[in-house]
Write a protein of this length. Structure first.
Length: 201
């Protein structure tokens, strides 16, 4: 076999591979475009539905929005939720596109990220419920102590609010699987301190 035949064979092989790859590439592009459209539309729908249900007012009453302002973050919680939905859709369609291109390493990596999403959503829900519960209990404690004409109503309300928030944060971190041993130790320590404080009263 001379060198011209070798070049011809190589060209034929490369041409066949390119020809076989082009449909997959076009399919991946179509999948990405559809994913972008679906993600954008679904995020917009989620945003409008949550605002229509009055979640914005509920979050403001629970002072969740104040946490973003203190952290100097320029978006609200509903925007965060709708943005999360959008990016989950993007990742799902991106995985489909990488599967089409047979990029298994990227696909497996993104799949592992999606596997973590339920825990992240549960952790966020725990924090949201914790914030609402913290505000409610703080108001109850404040009203009760004021009814008794005691001077530490505001202090007790703040202590109650932050105690509930801390417990919610620990529960959320445990749900995320972050430093579980450390969280259990902190949780046990906090409960012990509360029990000791109660014993001295």
């Amino acid at each position: 076999m001379d060198w011209t035949q070798a070049i011809s064979d190589s060209y034929t092989i490369i041409s066949e591979r390119i020809t076989a790859f082009i449909p997959n590439l076009l399919g991946a592009v179509v999948i990405l475009l559809v994913g972008w459209l679906v993600g954008w539309a679904l995020a917009l729908l989620v945003d409008k539905v949550l605002r229509a249900l009055g979640l914005k007012s509920l979050l403001e009453a629970a002072k969740v929005e104040q946490l973003w302002k203190r952290a100097e973050v320029d978006f609200d919680t509903i925007a965060l939720i709708s943005g999360l939905v959008k990016w989950i859709v993007y990742i799902v369609f991106f995985i489909a596109a990488t599967d089409t291109l047979r990029l298994t390493a990227i696909s497996d990596f993104l799949t592992s990220i999606l596997d973590y999403v339920p825990s992240a959503v549960a952790g966020g829900a725990i924090m949201l419920i914790g914030a609402i519960l913290a505000t409610f209990l703080a108001k109850v404690v404040q009203a009760t102590i004021r009814a008794l004409n005691l001077s530490f109503a505001d202090l007790s309300a703040n202590v109650t609010r932050y105690a509930v928030l801390i417990f919610a944060l620990l529960a959320a971190l445990a749900q995320l699987g972050v430093a579980e041993a450390l969280i259990r130790t902190l949780f046990t320590g906090i409960v012990a301190m509360i029990a000791i404080a109660g014993g001295f009263n």
